[in-house]
Design a protein around this ligand. Structure first.
Ligand code: SAH
Length: 362
């Protein structure tokens, strides 16, 4: 079978409408790829046969191959998706009863160097392209969700990388995922998590379609946050929160703050009170993330008692606060654990996910 060089997943539909003649072919093919999971032009019998053949020569609609899949005892799955230059993008699928979560990466590595995050120790290798971001979602969707449940997922940009550092590619990927002739994921089902890069955050606030916003806070004073998240030295807390206050929210929508609990560093009652003060006047919800420990990190996770007391202080001050459940820890899939460990993880053949097994259900 011929597979062309151009990756279909890199393109928005309006771009394709400029390329294909007549333009409505763009919509036809978008539907076949994103809604019917076709990964070969030959399957698209609503296109004339000669066109199918010529498209196959130029374009590739196959999902990338999987290098490895790790299955956690709690059902979470971590994927290493092989990219054209042999880099691997990490994606995590977290099953939930009603709506599962697909956690995707926006970069290989990360430039921000947060001291409690394993990805932060890697430095940045490169940005991911729009297509490399989009196909992570498709890989996790098609490998985990039955046809009936195929739209029951949320997307979180909480894998490797700082999404606002790769702004243009991330936003293009979101537009592709959001397209109503494609996967049609509503922006209310997408959450972008940032360590707080201000210029792109202001840009995001002015986009026509805006995902949910999550801010990784973790330090409640500049002194502490400077130590933990070097990005704070450039964009201190007050400026970050001012930008959040200006961020447009829909009716009943809230900004999520992620706060990593580090024993004796961010888990004192005073820290909780600082947090209460900081978030005054912001429609916020706090996700407390007890540290996922790793040998390379010099921090410890607080005791369960300390975690609960911290949460209680927030609740007592009328702030909704949740403790994030620890999922996929046994396969290094939990928050902050994504790290290139694949040098010692040789390729294991995983059958590529795709349309073949599903032809009967459309
Ligand atoms: N760069 C973005 C996206 C990464 S999301 C951001 O900073 O928001 C990853 C989330 O996991 C962030 O909220 C981060 O604070 C959190 N995290 C990082 N390392 C962690 C660790 N070791 N344990 C628990 N959470 C961690």
């Amino acid at each position: 079978m011929i597979v062309g060089a151009k990756s279909f997943f890199e393109y928005e539909r309006p771009e394709l409408a400029e390329i294909f003649h007549p333009a409505f072919r763009a919509t036809q093919i978008y539907k076949s790829v994103y809604q019917r999971w076709f990964d070969e032009f030959e399957l698209m019998t609503d296109l004339p046969k000669p066109l199918r053949a010529s498209l196959a020569e130029d374009w590739n609609v196959k999902l990338p191959a999987l290098h490895r899949r790790f299955d956690s005892s709690d059902g979470t799955r971590r994927y290493l998706v092989r990219l054209a230059d042999s880099e691997l993008a990490e994606t995590v699928f977290i099953p939930e009863e009603h709506r599962s979560t697909i956690c995707i990466s926006s970069q290989i590595g990360c430039a921000l160097a947060c001291t409690f995050c394993l990805t932060g120790q890697l430095g940045l290798t490169r940005h991911l392209t729009p297509g490399e971001i989009v196909t992570q979602v498709l890989v996790a969707q098609r490998d985990n969700l039955s046809w009936d449940m195929r739209d029951s997922f949320n997307i979180v940009l909480m894998g490797m990388g700082e999404p606002l550092h790769n702004y243009d590619n991330v936003m293009k990927a979101l537009r592709i995922l959001h397209d109503d002739e494609g996967l049609n994921v509503s922006m209310s089902r997408i959450t972008l998590s940032t360590a707080g890069l201000l210029p792109p955050l202001e840009r995001l606030a002015n986009e026509p379609a805006i995902p949910n916003l999550a801010i990784s806070l973790t330090g409640a004073t500049n002194e502490k946050r400077n130590q933990l998240m070097p990005v704070n030295r450039k964009y201190p807390i007050e400026q970050l929160l001012d930008a959040v206050r200006r961020f447009p929210l829909k009716h009943r929508q809230r900004v999520t703050f992620e706060y990593v609990l580090l024993r004796d560093v961010t888990d004192s009652p005073q820290d909780a009170l600082h947090l209460v003060k900081l978030l005054k006047g912001i429609r916020a919800k706090i996700n407390l993330i007890p540290l996922n420990e790793a040998e390379e990190l010099g921090y410890k996770r607080p005791s369960d008692g300390a975690i609960e007391s911290f949460r209680q202080i927030l609740i007592d001050h009328n702030i909704s606060a949740f403790v994030r459940k620890n999922r996929g820890n046994d396969i290094s899939a939990a928050c902050g654990q994504l790290k290139k460990k694949w040098a010692d993880e040789p390729e294991k053949v995983v059958h590529p996910v795709g349309a073949a097994s599903r032809l009967d259900c459309r």
